[in-house]
Write a protein that binds this ligand. Sequence first.
Ligand SMILES: [Zn+2]
Length: 220
Amino acid sequence: MLLAAAAFALTIRVYDVYGLPPADRQVMLSVASTALAEAGVAAAIVDCSGPRPAAACQLPVAPNEVVLRIHRMSPDDSHALGVAFIHGKSGADAAEPNTVATIYATHVADMARRSGTPVTTLMGHVAAHEIGHLLIGSNAHASAGLMRGSWTWLQIQRAHPEDWVFTPADVATIRLRLERRQPLLAGAPVETMRMATTVMSSILPFAPAASSSAGGTSDR
Ligand SMILES: [Zn+2]
């Protein structure tokens, strides 16, 4: 697929507390990055897993960054594949960036096993879906494509490419919101950058549940 004309840069900080083998983590992230690239988002990975994380992990989370956590299973005993924390007002007009997405490796591995799909592939789809919620700014689901709300093992097994890409409507919302969240790679409107930095300074990426304005999706 042709990439959208102007790519937006997004950094994904990965915290794998589940402990995937690094090679599997790389494959999974490559699947997620491909889905994002097809939506015009150029993802750079900063791996903050393990005892010696990258130096960039010490820096504050920037406006063009999201945090992807890989946990063992959901804390509420559900079979959710992942969750994304969306702040208060949702939708294309919500100004506040959303930062934290989590995938639940045990549930994804179980689903992958039942559908005969490589776990790294399915985990990459889940990661792209949850990051999609952050970028779209909503917990809502689409009727088709990667952002649909229900994934059956039959759908996963048949592996139709159109099931695993963002729809044109998703892409339009992602681009609209990223235009506000960060400057284009080529040419940086300084005012936009300042605004985004101010907004980000009020967010604690690792305490979303403590915020009364945070909510989450439970993707089963
Ligand atoms: Zn979802």
